[in-house]
Design a protein. Structure first.
Lengths: 288, 297
């Protein structure tokens, strides 16, 4: 089918608008982070920096220079510890998800057991629990279990609230792949667990990757829960330390932009490389 | 011994319960029990700063919250927020998904770019836009000045009505990609022959759009509206980063945090959480019913 030129031009304009809408703010933050302060603070700002520099990154991560109202190493510590904590928490949660998601999917799709319906709804049901009633109660539960201000607490919490998504998603995924090969393995004398880990897991791998990636993003991005449940650099994730970093010291916008860039690097990398899996994870079941 | 364990585990029932035990324990301990715990708090006079004056006071907290003018204002504010945000998300997502549904080179890259706002931490999203809206050096001011739309720089966030709408904008920017992906999934499953057949029957572009495109989106559209309503009610991170506890964008989520954790009013905070949660719970139940029903068919 031949396309009319009017159509192509119209489409081109729309594509440009979509790119501008989605990417322009990020591009601006990147430009801000590599601009000299004088250029950034001119009116109107220099859209393309004349002397691009990575100094802001160095100040934010290493030297802690040019923080008004104290700062120095203390300020860089906020970011460095935040990055470390966020990575540890997000990676541990993802590891837990990778281990449990196939098990849960397998149990609800392949195994017949008493109460499976009810247990499934108990897991899915936590979607309906609103955030604050849970968080307020969690504060006291965490304080009784000595989990307040620990990375372990954050990992367990994040994992718990990913359960409905992974269970629902993996159950569906298991049901979409045929079980004949598993049955054959069973006849060959494999136990159920062996079958699961040797055979089934390979067939549901794409689904498992999708679930793991969405879990990593969610954990890396979480803010309200750690804001309530952590209070020292021992466990505060980057989202929280960054917010403090802005509130505590008067931060110049070039530094602030560098910090922002650092915090969005992992999600950006993930979107670029795992786009297909994210889309799969998002569209299936349409769970937040 | 090892042999015995593995035989015991190979029983369907046993294996299922062993698999589910850790997750269910976490679920009960970290989700259901805390929710019950805060229900208990909601019936207590409980100020974190005065821990030895905890006392049962029935529904006093609920009555206090329902009479609190700050709370009432925050509810009205979030209702406005939800309506505008949902309309915005639906329109933008529909437009973007229709474009992404066309066939052209670089569509995959465009799709990745479109998802980016959704993938960023929402709180960072708030910081990012705060810099763009900045009154002294912000990019928004610079751009509008160069385009000749404004004569001098404005402090956008100081005007409470503008600030509220910018908060809505932030939400739309972040959430539209998600709904776009939902729409796109459905659009791509509509067979092309449908359009061909309609053309043969003499249906114009608009009738095709209305009877095929819109009709195919109707079910997912309903789910998306409910999801967006829930999500827009729940916004916390972005608003906190953009405006903190400022009056102009104080939604129930923000006020609930302020009351509970900034002021230490655990009893009143829990009561508010329950009042708000009750409302959200029903919205979510509608979602679960519509969305998970297809599983049964």
């Amino acid at each position: 089918m031949k396309k009319r030129p009017v159509y192509s031009i119209f489409l081109g304009v729309l594509v440009f608008l979509i790119i501008f809408w989605s990417a322009a703010p990020l591009l601006w933050i990147f430009i801000s982070s590599i601009s000299e302060r004088t250029e950034l603070y001119s009116i109107p700002p220099h859209w393309i920096p004349e002397n691009p520099t990575f100094e802001a990154y160095e100040k934010v991560l290493v030297t802690g220079e040019s923080f008004r109202g104290g700062g120095g190493i203390a300020a860089t510590e906020l970011l460095r510890k935040g990055i470390l904590n966020s990575l540890i928490v997000a990676i541990s949660t993802t590891a837990l998800v990778m281990f449990f998601a196939p098990l849960l999917g397998y149990a609800f799709s392949r195994l017949k057991f008493k109460g499976s319906q009810i247990l499934f709804y108990i897991i899915i049901g936590i979607i309906a629990l609103p955030a604050w009633p849970v968080l307020i109660g969690l504060f006291s539960v965490f304080s009784n279990l000595h989990l307040l201000d620990t990375k372990t607490g954050l990992v367990l919490l994040s994992f718990t609230f990913r359960l409905p998504f992974e269970t629902w998603f993996m159950k569906g995924y298991f049901e979409s792949v045929p079980s004949e090969i598993e049955d054959a393995a069973r006849i060959d004398g494999c136990t159920r667990l062996q079958t699961l880990f040797k055979v089934s897991i390979q067939m549901v791998m794409p689904g498992l990757i999708a679930v793991s990636i969405v879990s990593f993003l969610h954990t890396w991005n979480m803010f309200a829960a750690p804001l309530v449940l952590t209070y020292t650099l021992k466990s505060k994730p980057l989202t929280v330390t960054m917010t403090e970093f802005i509130g505590q010291y008067f931060v110049h916008w070039d530094l602030m932009s560098a910090a922002t860039m650092i915090s969005i690097i992992p999600p950006l990398i993930i979107v670029i490389f795992f786009q297909k899996y994210i889309i799969q994870g998002l569209s299936a079941g349409a769970i937040k | 011994m090892k042999q015995r364990i593995s035989t015991w585990l190979d029983n369907e029932q046993h294996l299922a319960y062993v698999i589910l035990a850790p997750s269910l324990t976490l679920l009960l301990g970290f989700a259901y029990y805390p929710a019950f715990q805060s229900f208990k708090f909601s019936m207590l006079r409980y100020n974190l700063k005065m821990p030895n004056r905890i006392k049962f006071n029935g529904f006093d907290n609920y009555i206090y919250v329902l009479k609190d003018p700050v709370f009432i204002a925050s509810v009205l504010r979030v209702l406005y927020f939800m309506v505008i945000a949902t309309a915005g998300v639906m329109l933008i997502s529909l437009a973007i998904s229709l474009v992404l549904n066309q066939k052209f080179k670089g569509r995959g890259i465009l799709r990745a770019i479109v998802i980016i706002p959704w993938a960023l931490p929402p709180v960072v999203n708030g910081h990012l836009w705060k810099w763009i809206f900045n009154g002294d050096y912000g990019a928004l001011n610079g751009l509008l000045l160069q385009l000749g739309i404004i004569d001098d720089y404005h402090f956008w966030l100081n005007n409470s009505f503008v600030a509220l709408n910018l908060a809505v904008f932030l939400f739309v920017w972040r959430y539209a990609p998600f709904v776009t992906i939902l729409f796109l999934g459905v659009l791509q499953s509509v067979p092309g022959q449908l359009y061909e057949a309609a053309k043969v029957d003499g249906a114009g572009v608009f009738r095709q759009f209305y009877y095929i495109t819109m009709a195919s989106l109707s079910r997912i559209g309903g789910i998306a509206v409910i999801l967006t309503l829930i999500a827009s009610f729940n916004v916390f991170d972005g608003i906190y980063a953009l405006m903190e506890f400022s009056e102009s964008t104080k939604t129930p989520m923000i006020y609930n945090y302020e009351l509970t954790f900034e002021m230490g009013r655990f009893g009143r905070g829990s009561a508010m959480a329950y009042l708000v949660g009750f409302f959200l719970f029903f919205l979510t139940l509608i979602y679960i019913r519509t969305s998970f029903k297809k599983d049964k068919i």
